[in-house]
Design a protein around this ligand. Structure first.
Ligand code: IPM
Ligand code: MN
Length: 452
């Protein structure tokens, strides 16, 4: 790309205090990168009021707007800067950038300039939701392994989950959700505690993220050797993640009386079903076996089943190189146990996919290895990566939690972020199936990944 001749990026924002003490943010340039939160660290840790803008041209900062000079006088909280020592202040400003972009940013504080090295990857900005129970323990190991690959990540912790809800009622406010939108990916450990009634955290946090961030594909890979088999299988379940019975259609009448009525519908839109099926075919077309099986219950759920089957047939026609099959979900349960080798890519609805993927975990080495990716393939926002297991409150702090599912979920994250080599190294390291405590397993995988 002709990086030299065009204005590639402007990623800073000038803050200005208006007469009422409020802040006005001015965006300058061709591209809005992230939003104000990109400089949140700077604001919170270094500055009270940030007054600066950086204009980057051809990978080099060509202008630092005058606010920086003005700001020299206002951010002198440590008392070392004089009015005119602009470069030291700009150095302070560059520090968060170094955090964000790692070694690509080289500061020449003396000259108040900053060079960007083209060709080096940017640090991926990852929102971490350790969550409840063993979630934070396994997430810490996943982050350790990602760092061991050498891929630059910049992480921010978000304290969310059942424990947070019990403390102050926050589940996932729109404000926090909007903050999450600014990250490249979300890595989640597990959420849920026994003290919170079922549904509150699941719907308010996990499903809210899936729906509001439009994470319409839930991708769950299964590689392992099923009990009683000698050859390993390797298949992927693509579960529709934003519709079906999970939408919450329905209601209850005369609750608690003998005449109580509860209905819970399944919502299937042509758009939602088709985009998920298309993703499955695109994935299959890149895999060796090039095969997709639709799993549903078309013999009973005739309305939804018919929509799924027609959408499947029509998308299949666009992929003549991909073979197809259909299984009823009950039969698929038998095949998962007796003949898992028949599968390459499976596509199915939200609830069938939920149930089937637990079985997939059980026949592929256990739930401690089951990873998952909640994807927004249109990339209009971050995707979310989480192990399929829960928060396992009974083993918190015992070191018994296997972090492999979380680590493999981080590998899915890296792959989605384009870090294919790092993802492959993590998978190879996980294949050695190290044993020991949570930390010992994490350390062993990290060491293998780092090539030590
Ligand atoms: C999963 C979980 C969730 C689901 C729950 C916790 C809402 O079981 O990710 O499979 O049903 O999707
Ligand atoms: Mn589940």
């Amino acid at each position: 790309m002709a990086n030299e001749i065009y204005l590639c990026i402007v990623f800073a924002i000038a803050f200005e205090q208006d007469g009422d003490g409020g802040e006005n943010a001015h965006f300058i340039g061709s591209r809005w990168v992230g939003d104000l939160s990109i400089l949140e660290n700077a604001k919170n840790e270094v500055l009270t009021v940030v007054k600066h803008a950086v204009l980057v041209f051809s990978g080099v900062v060509v202008a630092i707007f005058l606010e920086v000079a003005h700001f020299a006088g206002t951010a002198d909280f440590v008392g070392d800067f004089g009015e005119n020592r602009v470069f030291e202040v700009s150095h302070l400003f560059f520090e968060p950038l170094i955090c964000l972009f790692g070694q690509q940013v080289l500061c020449h504080a003396e000259k108040a300039t900053c060079a960007f090295y083209d060709g080096l990857p940017m640090a991926h900005r990852i929102a971490l939701i350790g969550g409840d129970g063993i979630g934070p323990e396994v997430t810490a190991e996943a982050v350790k392994v990602v760092r061991a690959t050498g891929v630059a990540i910049d992480t921010t912790d978000f304290d969310l989950g059942g424990m947070r809800y019990l403390r102050d009622g926050e589940i996932l406010s729109d404000d926090v959700l909007n903050q999450l939108r600014n990250y490249d990916a979300i890595l989640l450990g597990a959420v849920g505690t026994p003290d919170v009634p079922p549904g509150i955290i699941e719907r308010g946090l996990l499903l809210k993220m899936r729906f509001d961030l439009d994470l319409y594909v839930n991708q769950r890979p299964f590689a392992g050797t099923a009990p009683g088999h000698v050859t390993p299988h390797d298949f992927v379940v693509i579960r529709e993640n934003t519709e079906g019975p999970y939408v919450g259609e329905g209601g209850v009448l005369r609750r608690g009386t003998p005449h109580e009525i509860a209905t819970q519908g399944s919502v299937n839109t042509r758009h939602g079903v088709e985009r998920c099926i298309r993703y499955a075919f695109e994935l299959a077309s890149k895999r060796e076996r090039k095969h997709v099986t639709l799993v549903h219950k078309t013999n009973v759920l005739t309305f939804a089943g018919d929509l799924w089957q027609r959408a499947f047939n029509e998308v299949a026609a666009e992929f003549p190189q991909v073979g197809t099959a259909y299984n009823h979900v009950d039969a698929a349960c038998i095949y998962f146990v007796e003949d898992p080798h028949r599968y390459d890519v499976i596509v199915t609805d939200n609830l069938f996919g939920d149930i089937l993927t637990d079985l997939g975990g059980a026949v592929s080495g256990g739930i401690g290895l089951a990873s998952s990716a909640n994807l927004n393939p249109s990339r209009t926002g971050p995707s979310m990566f989480e192990p399929s297991h829960g928060s396992a409150p009974d083993i918190v702090g015992t070191g018994k939690a296997n972090p492999t599912a979380a680590i493999l979920s981080a590998a899915l994250m890296l792959e989605f972020l384009g870090e294919n080599d790092a993802a492959a190294r993590i998978r190879t390291a996980c294949d050695t199936a190290p044993t020991g405590s949570t930390t010992e397993i994490g350390n062993a995988i990290a060491a293998l990944v780092a090539g030590k």
